[in-house]
Design a protein around this ligand. Sequence first.
Ligand SMILES: Nc1ncnc2c1ncn2[C@@H]1O[C@H](COP(=O)(O)OP(=O)(O)OP(=O)(O)O)[C@@H](O)[C@H]1O
Length: 255
Amino acid sequence: MLKIEDMTMRFGGVIAANKFNAHIKKGQIVGLIGPNGAGKTTIFNVITGVYKPTEGQIKFNANGKEHDITGIRPDEIAKLGICRTFQNIRLFKDMSVLDNVFIANHLRIKSNVFSSIFRIPSYKKEEKEMLEKSLYLLDRVGLLEEKDEKAHSLPYGKQRRLEIARALATEPKLLLLDEPAAGMNPQESNELMEFILNIKEEFDLTVFLIEHHMDVVMGTCEEILVLDHGVLIAQGDPEAIQSNQRVIEAYLGVE
Ligand SMILES: Nc1ncnc2c1ncn2[C@@H]1O[C@H](COP(=O)(O)OP(=O)(O)OP(=O)(O)O)[C@@H](O)[C@H]1O
């Protein structure tokens, strides 16, 4: 589904990713781990078109066709079916919970400004469908009761869920989650991961996630990629990763 080939990303003298390769298959849940500054978020930024890599290629399979998405615009990448959440939650904080999800539907429906301003009949039909879809997603993430509250008034864990509901509104095929369990206690992070596994099945998603909570990664991901100073130093299932001496020295040993 996603292939990252010999991808290097330099910021001046800093090499954030160095000839990084990864192949994520449809339906997998893959974890990306590594110490602070290893280059994890940079890899997400390159996949989603925030940065054009210095070298290498990103390929994404959508609608039965392989697309070269290297350096194309973030909105074009989103339309192909890649959606992400961020390390620092990015919601429209003064908007209601419902509006946060509703607005994300625009990417999916591909409505244009003209139809939305003049409320042409076909758009009204779309609007009704968008509303129903938004309410369904809020119900699915357990936020239906809070639909009219301002996003910023939600507790942290619920804001994370809202972010995921918003991502789901775009009907992604590949969901990138940047530290979804950050700031959560073990019980909250376990609940969140169980929820992510459930929505993965329901919405037929492939999931690529960055996470520092090792128990979460080891308990949830089928495949783990370990990054250190921009270099992929290990790759494998949780058992293989936990017993890999290089990983223990570079990362797990200093937790
Ligand atoms: N826009 C940028 N300009 C300059 N340097 C950058 C930029 N983005 C990232 N870097 C540098 O690239 C390196 C990798 O950063 P990145 O944020 O990808 O690491 P990370 O593994 O996600 O870290 P963390 O776990 O702390 O979030 C760091 O040295 C960082 O300072």
